[in-house]
Ligand binder design. Sequence first.
Ligand SMILES: *[C@@H]1O[C@H](CO)[C@@H](O)[C@H](O)[C@H]1NC(C)=O
Ligand SMILES: *[C@@H]1O[C@H](CO)[C@@H](O)[C@H](O)[C@H]1NC(C)=O
Ligand SMILES: *[C@@H]1O[C@H](CO)[C@@H](O)[C@H](O)[C@H]1NC(C)=O
Ligand SMILES: *[C@@H]1O[C@H](CO)[C@@H](O)[C@H](O)[C@H]1NC(C)=O
Ligand SMILES: *[C@@H]1O[C@H](CO)[C@@H](O)[C@H](O)[C@H]1NC(C)=O
Ligand SMILES: *[C@@H]1O[C@H](CO)[C@@H](O)[C@H](O)[C@H]1NC(C)=O
Ligand SMILES: *[C@@H]1O[C@H](CO)[C@@H](O)[C@H](O)[C@H]1NC(C)=O
Ligand SMILES: *[C@@H]1O[C@H](CO)[C@@H](O)[C@H](O)[C@H]1NC(C)=O
Ligand SMILES: *[C@@H]1O[C@H](CO)[C@@H](O)[C@H](O)[C@H]1NC(C)=O
Ligand SMILES: *[C@@H]1O[C@H](CO)[C@@H](O)[C@H](O)[C@H]1NC(C)=O
Ligand SMILES: *[C@@H]1O[C@H](CO)[C@@H](O)[C@H](O)[C@H]1NC(C)=O
Ligand SMILES: *[C@@H]1O[C@H](CO)[C@@H](O)[C@H](O)[C@H]1NC(C)=O
Length: 753
Amino acid sequence: MLQKLVAPLLLLVSYSSTITAQDTQSSSRSSWPSCSARTQHLSDPPYQDYFYSDCHVDAQAVVTSPLPGSDLSIIKPRFLVAWPAGNSGVCTLFQPQSGKAGSLAIELVNSTLGAPLGPVYSKSKCKGSANPIVGVEGVLSFNDSAELPTAILGSVRNIRDFTEGGYLSPIIQAGINVTKFQKTGAQISRLWLDNVTTTTFTLVPWKNNHNHIQIDNTTLRFGAGLYRFSASFNYPQLTQLTPSQLLNEQSQSLAKQHQETVSSLSFFSYTEKLLAGGWRFLTYFGRDSMISALLLQPVLSSSAVEVVIGAALERVNRRDGSVSHEETIGDYATYVNLQNGIASTAAGFTYQMIDTDYYLPILMARYFNSSPNRITPLLDTKAGSINVDNLNLTWGDLSYATASKIMNITAAFEQNQTVDNLLTLKPGQNAGQWRDSPYGLANGRIPFDVNCALAPAALYAISSLAAKPSVYPNNSMTQTWAAIAAQRAKIWEDKTLQFFQYNMTTETAVARLAQYTSKSTFYDGPTNGDSVSNYSTDGMIIDYGLAINSPTTPEVIPITHTDTAFRHYLLNATDDEQLTTFINASANAILRPFPAGLSTPIGVVVANPALSNNNDFIGGFTNTAYHGTVVWSWQLALTAKGFERQLERCHGSSNVTDIPSSITNATAIPQFCSNNGVYTALKTAYNRLWDIIEDNSQQLESEVWSWTYSGGKNGTAKDFKFSPLGASGGTESDVRQLWSLTFLSVTRNKSFS
Ligand SMILES: *[C@@H]1O[C@H](CO)[C@@H](O)[C@H](O)[C@H]1NC(C)=O
Ligand SMILES: *[C@@H]1O[C@H](CO)[C@@H](O)[C@H](O)[C@H]1NC(C)=O
Ligand SMILES: *[C@@H]1O[C@H](CO)[C@@H](O)[C@H](O)[C@H]1NC(C)=O
Ligand SMILES: *[C@@H]1O[C@H](CO)[C@@H](O)[C@H](O)[C@H]1NC(C)=O
Ligand SMILES: *[C@@H]1O[C@H](CO)[C@@H](O)[C@H](O)[C@H]1NC(C)=O
Ligand SMILES: *[C@@H]1O[C@H](CO)[C@@H](O)[C@H](O)[C@H]1NC(C)=O
Ligand SMILES: *[C@@H]1O[C@H](CO)[C@@H](O)[C@H](O)[C@H]1NC(C)=O
Ligand SMILES: *[C@@H]1O[C@H](CO)[C@@H](O)[C@H](O)[C@H]1NC(C)=O
Ligand SMILES: *[C@@H]1O[C@H](CO)[C@@H](O)[C@H](O)[C@H]1NC(C)=O
Ligand SMILES: *[C@@H]1O[C@H](CO)[C@@H](O)[C@H](O)[C@H]1NC(C)=O
Ligand SMILES: *[C@@H]1O[C@H](CO)[C@@H](O)[C@H](O)[C@H]1NC(C)=O
Ligand SMILES: *[C@@H]1O[C@H](CO)[C@@H](O)[C@H](O)[C@H]1NC(C)=O
């Protein structure tokens, strides 16, 4: 209904010259010429996302407009522009002058300025800044009279502090300057804390002599109609990688076959770093970029993989070897420095995660195995261009620091396989791996993925790297690493899983499912208890907890999850008895439909507390929790690839292995392959998963999504409906996320059908 009110206004707009300004020719995308624009429109109601890149600027614009049925306490009219450069942006929050929630709709429409976005570019006149003023402009349509009381200009981090936490920083907002602009319009600007950069947002009536914008202190008021906006800033820009630079020789054709996906990947790929997702994470994230590079490695160019490895090395903490989780750049870096009493624009780096360290040697080993001639050029690179703290070091020095850290903290468990010697979250942190929301691990401190998959895989990788000349400095310590790390890896591979295993009889499981469905606030459908006996082991459900509570209270947290996929993907375990049980359990968790297992028609959920018999877990892991009974695209990719790798082992299809076979029998055919029940479960789970992935292909490139159920006790699959996570009160999802683009290289292997 709201949409219809807006539509007639479009007729007023002239489209005539828009096409020439835009490069909409697919053929020129793979190697774009000088300064033609690359644009993409993605509809993700109630969000509309527009991407714009040319040789001067890269921008993402997001229009939020309430729809019939939207939760109006969450979905409000909003217009936002985000730039990767400095992780910067503008967020404008509109409201209807009538005060009636839901009555104001906004839309970005095509115009002579762009279709719908056009470029802003001019040489800077600002004192002290050599950077040109760059940005985007276009025409916004308002169906009703509106006001703009709040604008946030500067860092996307300040915008997220508001959109995710309701916090408006007084220091940032105090800089907001609202003035008249071009007689009938208004300009909102803010000088950054660096005293050099200015972000500017202007709004002017478009092709209309009657409307004019009233300024009341810092609030703008204006009538229904069309308004030209411009959002710009003067800050150094990044250099985007073109599809042909991103993809390896064999994969160039993907740029045409999957034009939209490759275009998104390109938007996230720059010579300095890959970005995690848009609009919320247009910046470096170690885990996201390294997982993406691992899964995408079959299609990525060497330069793209080196960008990821280099970005991680550059940001390593030289003192303890930790790999950075996230960088703090742009205005937010100055803001954080100011909070610490320092007047400086220097970037900051966070190290609170414990998983990120391990991805680095794993990725380096995979890359250097295939490109040994790149070891020296890459590791000789001088550090410090981004992280000034690392001046005077090389990337090789930093790689050594990380390996040394991993060797140090994994040593104790080799000596003594106790729960005390497992890897725990850092003190004072309630997150440390990819489930990094406050309750993502149900307060557990010893995560499954880090202990059962990442640590052993990283140790094998260090062993393989140490065996190559010139990766690590040659000293008495590193001389023994090739052998020690491999031996230790085997112990971590074989002796960690048992700590996370738990079980219950099928009767107990069925009883818990009945309780769960009666308590759940969002699911009142069938328990699917019958699947419990079909997909179990000798009358037992065997499963592996999401985490262990803590070294002093070492209870397993009995939440079913998809992190088992890390182990399938990263390790070719050789303890046959353990492997057979583990493969059976993780395949069964996919084969059992929710709530008995992880599969819903809308996707495989990343966590399910239904069998936990624990009200805190059930209350904390819902369909609105960021890491609850919700679907993450990249976890689908990881699970698919993990199952595929294990299936491949049964067919001796490959001698390719990252693990030195002198240490393991990883190239031998494992016993589960000849266990008909377990092999069939794995193959069936692989195909069930791919059916679900294909059924949800519309969502696959977004970050995370949720679902609703409305079928009651006798409901069926058709009663599950897709629901955006942000629209139902959870965290707003990114419309595109780097690691959700990994389906470019993760595809269904038909030989396992
Ligand atoms: C706006 O222009 C784009 C690019 O030419 C086109 O794909 C889109 O359909 C246009 N939108 C409308 C509403 O006409
Ligand atoms: C506010 O903006 C106006 C117009 O651009 C400018 O002249 C003025 O210096 C700005 N004031 C502050 C405090 O930034
Ligand atoms: C910006 O200017 C103010 C006022 O002169 C000063 O206090 C502050 O330290 C400057 N900021 C930086 C990052 O240099
Ligand atoms: C203008 O708005 C600011 C910030 O909301 C407020 O502190 C100030 O008192 C207002 N001034 C007037 C004249 O209303
Ligand atoms: C780097 O080396 C130079 C010259 O030796 C020295 O002045 C500087 O302090 C060093 N920087 C760091 C971060 O160690
Ligand atoms: C690892 O331990 C060795 C020996 O105690 C020490 O020299 C080194 O600094 C440690 N490395 C890291 C990164 O903590
Ligand atoms: C292993 O750890 C246990 C429990 O902390 C401790 O009692 C035992 O002495 C340790 N053994 C060795 C050889 O360190
Ligand atoms: C179930 O768990 C109990 C307690 O940890 C353990 O003793 C038993 O061996 C397990 N059974 C199976 C089949 O894993
Ligand atoms: C694996 O390698 C061995 C020894 O190099 C070779 O004999 C065998 O044919 C290879 N197997 C496959 C499936 O390539
Ligand atoms: C595990 O085996 C599969 C199939 O042989 C292979 O593709 C994969 O590279 C191996 N993984 C590791 C970590 O060695
Ligand atoms: C590899 O397999 C052989 C034969 O099954 C066995 O004798 C040997 O102990 C295994 N080696 C390792 C390191 O597990
Ligand atoms: C569900 O199905 C059962 C058996 O077919 C029937 O007795 C019951 O009335 C149905 N319940 C609802 C709520 O439709």
